[in-house]
Design a protein around this ligand. Structure first.
Ligand SMILES: C[S@@+](CC[C@H](N)C(=O)[O-])C[C@H]1O[C@@H](n2cnc3c(N)ncnc32)[C@H](O)[C@@H]1O
Length: 543
């Protein structure tokens, strides 16, 4: 057993999914932040648990051949990037291996040769078209930036190498004008102040949308602030004030007030034009998005008689690309504004074989199926938690010839592929795409085909046990359970997770794990497990 304070030398043999180096001391796993495969490092053990320990680097004895010097002055502190000390080609290999490992962990049957090399970027900086920063006041100074690694402290940055130069300009100008016009940053503890966050979006033409998230509707010098911002950064085409007066970790509230311009910006993917609103999802790396979507459309292999479903369709990006080839495309999405944009986008692009539905996919898709609307080809692009079981079950019942799955989380992707595989689908191709250079994140497109066209499996849908976890949630129940098991050495149930989430004010389905009868006795999460779950939710930045 290792003890805290022990100083020892280790060789890093692997990199885990959060980007920590993995070493072994007498077969006991040690995680080392800031180390990469091939490094030999002197470490101090700072934390010991039942199944693993954590070590902190004291000295790099022999650097890995893939170690590079990070070009970002904020890298050590900032939580945005995790791999800026690693050669880019190695990152691409790491991402491919992550996908392979997750497929293996879920027992999916596949040959490694069907997993292609990660599609990388040529120009790996300034690729993001959206950033969200917190605004705080510290020692009488306004600070704006991302969160520090593993905490909710703000890193006051001069610029971010992943965002556009114009976005850097907006951050500087906004900070100076907050000082000039005495606009206070919101202090959560004292419940005082105005500005909470800023969100900046840009399109490929470098037009900017600035979203200022405030606690109240009104604040002094609003007009002066807007006029000066626009003259200092002429690329700003629209400014929206978003009001969020809730005690929540979600950045944006529900109310938007357009202060300047149209309240939307326009961007293009391929030859299609899209309207983007403050709250709508749009992939953050436009260069790679084209490659991602082109792969998805190529895998779908849509014919002119095919009915297509685009589930989790956002503003209809994939739907419109599919509609150019299909007989008809049905898009389903939970954010109502996105569906309004999707319908407008179809019109704007003269596409008239699409139909969009606003609502939860787990409700809408089974409903469509009950109305005898079935897909020949299904494309899904869910959030990190993957597809709800009702969606997978309905896809299986519909029995489309192909399912194309676009995913930002290899772990839930592998889980859902296994479900499809168990019901008659075969994994054909897997293409990782690097949407997020310098971070551990990876996007993947996979193609599954129905093994036997005559296989149809009827499944009863159970809709009353839905866990309608917020779409912004970053980890699934399975991921939370896995993390607790690995890091705390015990199991926790979905019931306990939902109790803790509810206690912390996170959204869980209204009927998820509630007792069926009023006087039912429900076991309560013990304090030790509550602590572990809370720590895990923090790890996944859900609180
Ligand atoms: C990864 S994004 C993909 C969007 C779109 N395909 C694109 O590439 O722009 C996932 C989308 O799923 C939506 N979403 C989350 N939970 C949902 C649910 N339960 N039902 C339907 N849509 C959901 C989100 O609002 C988001 O637009």
């Amino acid at each position: 057993m290792l003890i805290n304070g022990l100083i020892t030398e280790v060789e890093i043999i692997d990199l885990n999914h959060t980007g920590q180096g993995v070493a072994k001391i007498d077969n006991f796993v040690v995680f080392v932040s800031g180390a990469i495969t091939g490094d030999v490092v002197e470490i101090e053990i700072t934390e010991t648990r039942k199944n693993y320990a954590v070590g902190q680097i004291i000295n790099i004895v022999k650097p890995s051949e893939f170690r590079i010097k990070s070009p970002c002055e904020h890298y050590e502190q900032c939580g945005g990037c995790q791999l800026m000390h690693m050669d880019y080609n190695e990152q691409l290999k790491y991402k491919k291996n992550r996908v392979i490992n997750e497929l293996k962990r879920s027992n999916v049957s596949f040959e490694e040769s069907i997993v292609y090399d990660t599609i990388g970027m040529e120009d790996t900086y300034r690729y993001r078209n959206k950033i969200a920063f917190s605004v705080i006041e510290k020692n009488d100074e306004i600070q704006i930036g991302p969160y520090e690694q593993g905490t909710y402290n703000t890193v006051d940055i001069n610029g971010c190498m992943l965002q556009s130069k114009e976005a850097d300009d907006v951050v500087k100008a906004f900070k100076n004008l907050m000082v000039k016009y005495k606009i206070k940053a919101y202090d959560k503890n004292l419940n005082r102040g105005i500005a909470r966050n800023i969100v900046i979006r840009n399109n490929r033409k470098h037009d900017l949308m600035l979203i200022i998230v405030t606690v109240t509707d009104n604040f002094h010098n609003k007009g002066e602030l807007i006029n000066e911002l626009v003259s200092l950064v002429p690329n700003i085409k629209t400014i929206v004030q978003n009001v969020n007066n809730k005690n929540t970790n979600l950045i944006m509230g529900r109310k938007n007030i357009t202060l300047y311009g149209e309240g939307t910006i326009i961007d293009m993917i391929d030859d299609l034009v899209f309207t983007i609103s403050p709250e709508t999802f749009f992939q953050v790396n436009p260069v790679q998005t084209e490659k991602l979507y082109q792969t998805a459309i190529q895998y779908a292999d849509i014919g002119k008689h095919d009915i297509c479903f685009d589930i989790y369709c956002g503003i209809g990006t994939i739907s419109l690309m599919a509609a150019k080839k299909a007989k008809k495309v049905y898009g389903v999405e939970i954010v109502e504004q996105s569906i309004i944009n999707a319908r407008e986008n179809a019109k704007r692009n003269n596409i008239n074989n699409t139909e969009f539905f606003a609502g939860k996919a787990e409700i809408i898709v089974p409903k469509l199926y009950k109305q005898n609307i079935k897909a020949d080809i299904v494309i899904v692009d869910p959030p990190r938690k993957g597809c709800e079981k009702e969606v997978i079950d309905t896809i299986i019942s519909m029995s489309p010839k192909k399912v194309v799955y676009v995913s930002c989380n290899p772990s839930t992707l592998a889980r859902d592929i296994k479900l499809l595989e168990s019901s008659g689908y075969k994994l054909q191709k897997v293409q990782p795409v690097d949407q997020f250079p310098w971070t551990v994140h990876v996007e993947t497109v996979v193609c599954l085909s129905r093994k036997n066209p005559d296989d149809r499996i009827e499944i009863d849908l159970n809709l009353d046990e839905l866990d309608i976890t917020a779409s912004e949630s970053k980890a699934t129940y399975e991921e939370i359970k896995d993390y607790v098991q690995k890091n705390h050495g015990f199991k926790v149930s979905s019931l306990y997770i939902s109790q803790v989430k509810r206690k912390l004010g996170l959204e869980v389905g209204t009927n998820y794990n509630l007792p069926k009868s009023e006087d039912a006795r429900v076991p309560q999460c013990p304090p030790e497990k509550e602590k572990a779950i809370t720590e895990t939710l923090k790890h996944f930045r859900m609180i």
